[in-house]
Design a binder for this molecule. Structure first.
Ligand SMILES: Cc1cc2nc3c(=O)[nH]c(=O)nc-3n(C[C@H](O)[C@H](O)[C@H](O)COP(=O)(O)OP(=O)(O)OC[C@H]3O[C@@H](n4cnc5c(N)ncnc54)[C@H](O)[C@@H]3O)c2cc1C
Length: 410
C-alpha cells in the first residue's frame, strides 16, 4: 500500500552508487528534512553524503497531504495561548519564511511539483469553532497578517461543494504541492550542488565521536564522517546514542484516501486551496482531478499513537473519512475512493521540532519530529541546520525554540 504521490512520481534519477570511505557530514534519512539539510550543506561547500534506507521521500515525506501551512496547522490564537505572543510570531514567521525560501528554490530549479499558491481555507465544523476562527482573525488583523474571515452565508462562493460548515478563515500564503515530486526535485538540486545521495542504504550503527564517526550500514558497508545528522524522523531512534530521540520523540500514524478522478461538474465545486476543518484534524485538497482527504485518527481508540506500521491502514478510519465526505460533500457520496495509505509522523511533548546539536554527543545533530507539519517546516529548517554546522549558529531568530536540549531532563 503506497501513496498516490509515490505511484505517480518518477524514481530519483541522480542517486549515487559507490559509497565513499569518508565525508565531512553524513545525513541519515532521505525525507524532506534530510534532503534539505544535504542541499544546504552542499551549497555551503560541505562534502555531504545522505543515506536513505529505502527510496527518497518514500515515508512520511511521500505520504502526506502536500499542504504548505502557516501556524503549525493550529488556529493562531491557540498558538498564542500555548507559546505566548513573542514565540507565536516567531513560529508564524518561520513558516512564512520557509514558504518563501521553498518557492524561490522551486522556481530557480524549475521543479515541476504542482505548486498551487492559492491560499488555505480553515473551515469551522461547529459554531464554537467559528468563534475561535474569529478570535484568530482578530489577532492576525492586529499583527497585519493577510487573511479573510468568511461567514457561513458566504461559503457557497468559496467552497461550492461544501455543506454543513459554520464559516471559515482564509489564509493567504498557504499552498499545495505534489510532495514526492517536490522532495525528489530538491534532491536533484542537492546532487547538482555536490551532495551524494544514496538509496537503499540503511544505517545500522554509529560508533566513534566528533571528527571521526563510523556509520555502518546494514549491508556491511561503512563510511567515516566528522559530523552525523539524524533526519530519520521517529524511524531509527536507536541510532541516537544519547537516548534523547528515544525518550522525547514519539510516532503517530496518519491516514489518507484519494478518490477516482471526478467528473468536471463535480470538480468545479472544489477550489485549489489547502483545506481543513475541526482544528485541522481533517484536511483535504484536490489533485489531478481527485479529492484527497486525511484525518480522523482521533476517532479510533489510541488515536494511532505509537503505530509504526505504514504498510497497513485502519478500516474504521477509512469508514469515518468516508462518512465525513458524505456529510460535507454529498455530491461525492457515491464516488469510489480506491487509494488508501498511511504515513508515520513524529511528535514531541511541546509540539515543536528538533533542530540542532544532540546534547552529550558533540558532532551529532538532529533535524526531525515536525509534529505532523514537516512539509511546511523542513526546508528552511535544513538551511538553519547547515548554518549551525558550518558557522556554529543560525541567525534565524526562531531557531532557539527548536534546540533539542530543551527536552533533556534536568
Ligand atoms: C498522513 C500524513 C499527512 C500529512 N500532511 C502534511 C501536510 O499536509 N503538510 C505538512 O506540512 N506536513 C504533513 N505531514 C507531515 C510531514 O509529512 C512530515 O512532517 C515530514 O514529511 C517529515 O519529514 P522527515 O524527513 O522528518 O521524515 P520522513 O519523510 O519520514 O523521512 C525519514 C527518512 O528516514 C529514513 N530512514 C529511517 N531509518 C533509516 C536508517 N536506519 N538509515 C537511513 N535512513 C533511514 C526513512 O526511510 C525515511 O525516508 C503529514 C504526514 C502524514 C503521515
Amino acid at each position: 500500500m503506497t501513496s498516490l504521490w509515490l505511484e505517480e512520481a518518477a524514481p530519483f534519477a541522480a542517486a549515487a552508487t559507490a559509497l565513499p570511505p569518508r565525508a565531512d557530514v553524513v545525513v541519515l534519512g532521505g525525507g524532506i528534512a534530510g534532503v534539505s539539510a544535504a542541499l544546504h550543506l552542499a551549497r555551503a561547500g560541505v562534502d555531504v553524503v545522505l543515506l536513505e534506507r529505502g527510496e527518497l521521500a518514500s515515508r512520511a515525506s511521500g505520504r502526506n497531504d502536500g499542504q504548505l501551512l502557516l501556524g503549525l496547522g493550529e488556529h493562531y490564537h491557540r498558538i498564542h495561548g500555548q507559546f505566548g505572543a513573542t514565540r507565536a510570531r516567531l513560529l508564524w514567521d518561520f513558516l512564512r519564511d520557509n514558504h518563501e525560501l521553498l518557492r524561490a528554490a522551486i522556481a530557480a530549479a524549475g521543479i515541476d511539483c504542482g505548486l498551487h499558491e492559492h491560499g488555505g481555507l480553515r473551515l469551522a465544523e461547529t459554531p464554537h469553532e467559528y468563534t475561535e476562527l474569529a478570535t484568530a482573525a482578530e489577532l492576525l488583523a492586529a499583527e497585519g497578517k493577510p487573511h479573510r474571515l468568511v461567514a457561513a452565508h458566504e461559503l457557497q462562493r468559496w467552497l461550492p461543494a461544501g455543506r454543513g460548515y459554520h464559516g471559515a478563515l482564509f489564509l493567504h500564503g498557504e499552498a499545495v504541492v505534489h510532495p514526492v515530486r517536490l522532495v525528489r526535485g530538491l534532491a536533484a538540486v542537492a546532487a547538482d550542488a555536490g551532495a551524494r545521495l544514496f538509496e537503499r542504504a540503511a544505517a545500522a550503527t554509529i560508533t566513534g565521536g566528533a571528527g571521526d564517526f563510523t556509520v555502518r550500514l546494514t549491508d556491511e558497508r561503512a563510511i567515516h564522517a566528522s559530523v552525523v545528522v539524524h533526519c530519520t524522523s521517529t524511524l531509527a531512534r536507536g541510532l541516537d546514542r544519547t537516548g534523547l530521540l528515544a525518550r522525547a520523540v514519539f510516532p503517530f500514524r496518519g491516514q489518507i484516501l484519494a478518490s477516482e478522478p471526478l467528473p468536471p461538474a463535480a470538480l468545479a465545486g472544489f477550489p485549489p486551496y489547502a483545506m481543513s476543518s475541526n482544528f485541522c484534524y481533517e484536511y483535504f485538497r484536490v489533485h489531478g482531478g481527485r479529492f484527497v482527504i486525511g484525518g480522523k485518527r482521533w476517532s479510533v481508540p489510541g488515536e494511532e499513537l505509537g503505530v509504526l506500521d505504514d504498510a497497513g491502514h485502519h478500516p474504521v478510519i477509512t469508514q469515518n473519512l468516508l462518512a465525513y465526505v458524505r456529510e460535507h460533500f454529498p455530491l461525492l457520496a457515491a464516488t469510489p475512493f480506491p487509494h488508501v495509505w498511511t504515513g508515520i509522523m513524529a511528535g514531541t511533548p511541546d509540539g515543536l521540532p528538533l533542530l540542532g546539536a544532540l546534547p552529550g554527543e558533540p558532532g551529532e545533530f538532529a533535524l526531525c519530529a515536525f509534529n505532523g507539519y514537516g512539509l511546511s517546516f523542513a526546508f528552511l529548517a535544513g538551511r538553519c541546520l547547515a548554518e549551525m554546522i558550518v558557522d556554529g549558529h543560525s541567525p534565524h531568530p526562531a531557531v532557539p525554540l527548536f534546540a533539542p536540549r530543551r527536552l533533556q531532563p534536568n
